[in-house]
Structure formats: C-alpha cells, structure tokens
Design a protein around this ligand. Structure first.
Ligand SMILES: NC(=O)C1=CN([C@@H]2O[C@H](COP(=O)(O)OP(=O)(O)OC[C@H]3O[C@@H](n4cnc5c(N)ncnc54)[C@H](OP(=O)(O)O)[C@@H]3O)[C@@H](O)[C@H]2O)[C@@H](O)CC1
Ligand SMILES: [K+]
Length: 515
C-alpha cells in the first residue's frame, strides 16, 4: 500500500496532471471511479432490495451518475436522488447526460429496510456544513440503520482534517481514488469511513511523484531503511548511550520505564540520572540500566564529558520548574550535531510544561545551529500549554497544528492521541493509524519517549526515529491487547523488532528527505 496522503487540493492537481498526461480524460477517470464503486456495491450487497444513489452538484455527484447507470444496467433496482443539477460543461454534467436513471429531489429522499445507500453528495470539494436536504438524508439513513457506500469520503467529512462539517454519514465502506487523504486517517473521519478501499482509476505513480507530497501514513516502509541495525563488530557505546533524567525520591518510576524502553529499542547503554535523594529508590530497581547522581548542572556537564551520551529523555516524573528548564537548555547547548556528541533530546510531560511561560527560550535553543534535535511529545493539554495560539486556531487540522508547532519550535513534534501526528520543522508529517485504546494507560508516554530517544541514540534521524517510535509503541499496544499496563510495553518490543529486521530489503523504502 502506498504511503502518500494527498490533500483534496493535491488530489485535484493529480486529476489535472493525469488528464493532461492521458490516456484518460476527466470523464474517463470518472467512469473508472464509477466502475470501481459499482463493483464494490455489487460484490458486497448482492441482495440489496434497492440501491439509492445520492448525487451532489460536483464531480463527486458525477461519480454517482456513473454508478447509477452501471447498477441499473446490471439489473439492480436503482433510485437516484439529486441535490441539484451538475454545473454545465463539467464532467459531472457529461455523466448525468449519459445516465438513464431519472432523478428525484434529494429533499424527498426515502428508503426502506434492505436498501443500500451510495453517498456521492460531496467528496473533495466539501466547502461548508451539509445543507438541510443532505442533513435530513444523513439523519434518515442513520435512523433506519442502512448500509452506506461512501464515494471518496463520507459526505460531511473534510478530506483535509477528518472533521465533521455539520453532520456526516457513517459509512460501511468508503472507496477513494489513487491515494488516501488525511481526513481518512484523522479522527473522527477515520471512524466514519468504515472499511477504506483505495481504487486505482488510472492515475500513474509518476503523477503523484510530481506533487512532491510531504504527508504520509506512518508505517515501517516510511522509516525502515534508516532503522538502526547493529554492525557485527559493534560495542555497547557505539550502539548509543541514552541519559534519562529521574524525578525526586517519590517519582522515579516514570524515568525507569523510559530507560527500559530506550534499552529495549536497541540503545547499547542507558543511564538514569538521579537526584541524590532518589539514588536509593532507583538503585533498588535497576539492573542492566546504569545509575549516576546528577543534582546540579555541574554534574550534568561531568556526565556529558565522561560518558559521551548520544540522546536524552527529560520530563517523565521529573517535576515542573527551573531545574527542568536548566537541564533542557544545557543539553540543547551541548550537541555537535555532526555525528558525534548529543544527537537528540526527547522532551516529554513535565519537561514540556516547564516551558509554558517561556516557550521562546526553548525554541531558540533548538534552532541554534548544531543543537541536538529536539523531539516534543505533547498530548492535547501539553500542546495547548506550549503552543496556545496554534491550539486555538480552529482553521488548522491536527495535522496543520502539528506542522505549525514543529516549525515554530524548530523541532519534531509528536502530537499524541488516538490519531497521533508526527511533524518535522522541515515540513514532513506522518499520521499514525495502528494505535489501540489499550495504550491510554499511565506510563505509556514515558515508554514512547524512551523508545524514540533509544533510536536517536543509535543514529536514526529524529523524524524517522519519532515515526518509528510511535509505530512500535502503538503496535506493541495493539498486539498486547486488553490488560496492558505500561510495564508490558518494553517487553513487547523484541518480537516486533525481529519482524522489522526480517523484512526483505526491497520493502524498505524511505520517505522523501527534508530540504
Ligand atoms: N475529473 C475529476 O476531477 C475526477 C473527480 N472525481 C470525483 O470528484 C470529486 C471532487 O469533485 P469536486 O471538486 O467537484 O467536489 P465535490 O465534492 O463534488 O463538491 C463540489 C461542489 O459541491 C458544492 N458544495 C460543497 N460543499 C457543499 C455543501 N455542504 N452544501 C452544498 N454544496 C456544497 C460546491 O459548491 P461551492 O463550494 O463551489 O460553493 C461545489 O459545487 C472527488 O471527490 C471524486 O469523487 C473522480 O470522479 C475522479 C475524476
Ligand atoms: K461522498
């Protein structure tokens, strides 16, 4: 399956480029789309009493006229309900002229048990909340519990953001064309699409390549090639050394969870950096993970000079305040950024909240040439603390917010949730879709921070490490299932790592590098 996600605007451009390149003109692509949909309807609902095609005024409606014609010619009982005539001269108008099924006004739409609905009201061109005739149809279909086959997107869902504009169909199956759109993966769109099918309608891969798309689904093919594999003659420090800052005596567990996850992700050495009052608590629970006392900045500088760590985690259980800020800024001031020294800092939880009043200080430190890569891992609440203006901007989708935040912070932002978005300041972004509700458990985020730091420590670039960490973490949760607690996650990583290493080289493609 392809990784690129096309915004509706990019998809319209792909349509234009494909039509210019041939062999299909606009109505040719529309016929291909209609055939793809009709095939699914016939295969999935062979016993349908009647199929109701709901056609909008644009080209999504055009697909509907093609579907209605094919189904009627196949012997299916078809009703066609239109919200208005297609624009004169459009491909949809050509499809309507060629359709023998008479239209009835959408406002009079009615259906009964055993019927199936094909939703071709609005797709990529949805521009405002559904009007009253469409909203009535959505309510009627939901009340009767009829199956819906949505074309391109369930009407009412934004292809850009996955948001519902007014109301939307909840589809049984959605058929989209050429590539998926962000709205198919972002919530609530993902839930309302039902099963998602991507149909090939004759748009060549070269057309999509020409768009230089920067948004992807987060799957191993996106980052597998840069996933670290140890060389046969390696030693532990060459496999990266992660420092994890521990909180005080009563809050040490989060750092140990992060540290264990960093070790499981393949880092050769991991050290918990503990304040003096927590040394005993940490020592009592650590075996393979090392422990070092760090109370003051001078202690941190000593660790940096003696042990040459390559990545850090700061935040889990650490406490909010001056100390978090000072350590963060010291780490960001330390990297060489040239293959030696500190390669990255994963700033999580209290580490993020510590900069709520002075985010500019953090962003300037991250933007310094040669600074270690900064990875921020906010959930919604932490995101709003660090990026209040972006969080409040209702014109931005979750994807847009993550991108804007990454650009502002000169960072890689992992905007967590059931539809986690990973965005880099270079413009690339990925949407994760393999998560599971079991991951919403205390300590789960600490594990994610540790995995990402462990991968950065081994030399994986920060965006790829963030994507890989999110995917592995989600996959671990999905595979473990009910009963999951955060302590289970690091131990669930090895089988997935084995699977990754056993992938054949030809399946290891990379995402387009940033500028
Ligand atoms: N040849 C091709 O290009 C191919 C295209 N294909 C198909 O085309 C679809 C995209 O077509 P599209 O761009 O015409 O957009 P579409 O979703 O039909 O709606 C636009 C119209 O609806 C109107 N409108 C919007 N929201 C509204 C609302 N809430 N309530 C009322 N009106 C509303 C909007 O009005 P406006 O915003 O201009 O005021 C405009 O008139 C795509 O999803 C795929 O299915 C495939 O066949 C492959 C080949
Ligand atoms: K639709």
């Amino acid at each position: 399956m392809t990784l690129e996600l096309l915004t509706p605007a990019e998809m319209a451009e792909a349509d234009r480029l494909a039509i210019a390149a041939g062999p299909f003109d606009g109505i040719g692509l529309m016929r291909n789309a209609g055939w793809a949909v009709a095939t699914v309807v016939l295969a999935r609902f062979p016993g349908a009493r009647r199929v109701h095609v709901l056609a909008g005024p644009g080209n999504n409606g055009g697909d509907g006229y093609v579907v209605a014609k094919i189904l009627q010619e196949s012997g299916v009982a078809v009703s066609l309900w239109a919200s208005g005539p297609p624009r004169t001269g459009s491909d949809a108008a050509l499809a309507a002229d060629d359709c023998p099924v008479p239209t009835k006004p959408l406002a009079e739409f009615e259906a009964g048990p055993g019927d199936v609905v094909v939703d071709t009201l609005y797709g990529a061109g949805l521009s405002k909340p559904l009007a009253s005739d469409a909203a009535r149809a959505v309510a009627l279909v939901a009340a009767k519990g009829l199956p819906v086959v949505a074309v391109d997107l369930p009407s009412g869902i934004s292809g850009d953001s996955g948001a519902v504009l007014g109301c939307a169909f909840a589809a049984t199956v959605t058929i989209t064309f050429a590539r998926r759109k962000p709205g198919h993966l972002l919530l609530p769109g993902r839930d309302l699409c039902g099963e998602l099918i991507v149909a090939d309608i004759g748009i060549a891969p070269a057309v999509v390549e020409a768009l230089a798309v920067k948004t992807f689904e987060n799957r191993p093919a996106l980052w597998r090639r840069s996933f670290p594999s140890p060389a046969v003659d390696t030693h532990k420090y060459r496999r990266g050394h992660v420092g994890v800052f521990s909180g005080g005596a009563s809050s040490t567990g989060a750092a140990r969870l992060s540290a264990l996850a960093a070790a499981r992700s393949g880092a050769g050495a991991v050290t918990v950096l503990s304040p003096g009052d927590a040394m005993q608590a940490n020592a009592a629970h650590l075996t393979a993970i090392m422990l070092r006392q760090v109370d003051e900045l001078a202690d941190l500088h000593g660790f940096l000079a003696d042990r040459r760590p390559s990545a850090f985690v700061l935040g889990p259980g650490f406490g909010v305040g001056d100390r978090a800020r000072a350590f963060t800024l010291a780490v960001l001031a330390s990297g060489s950024g040239a293959g030696s020294g500190v390669e990255g800092l994963v700033l999580d939880a209290d580490g993020i909240t510590s900069f709520r009043d002075e985010p500019g200080q953090l962003f300037a430190a991250a933007a310094r040439p040669g600074a270690p890569a900064l990875v921020l891992t906010p959930h919604e609440g932490e995101f709003a603390r660090l990026f209040p203006a972006i969080a409040e901007d209702d014109s931005l989708s979750k994807l847009g917010k993550a991108r804007a935040a990454a650009a502002a912070a000169h960072a890689v932002v992992i905007y967590k949730g059931a539809d986690t978005v990973i965005a880099s300041f270079d413009g690339r972004a990925a949407i994760n879709a393999n998560g599971a509700p079991w991951l919403a458990t205390a300590g789960s985020g600490d594990v994610l921070a540790g995995i990402v730091a462990g991968l950065i420590a081994q030399g994986m670039p920060a965006f790829e490490a963030a994507c890989a960490g999110v995917w592995l973490h989600a996959e671990a949760g999905s595979r473990f299932g009910p009963g999951l607690i955060a302590e289970d996650l690091p131990g669930a990583l090895p089988p997935m790592l084995r699977d990754l290493f056993s992938l054949p080289p030809q399946s290891r493609s990379d995402c387009r590098p940033g500028p």
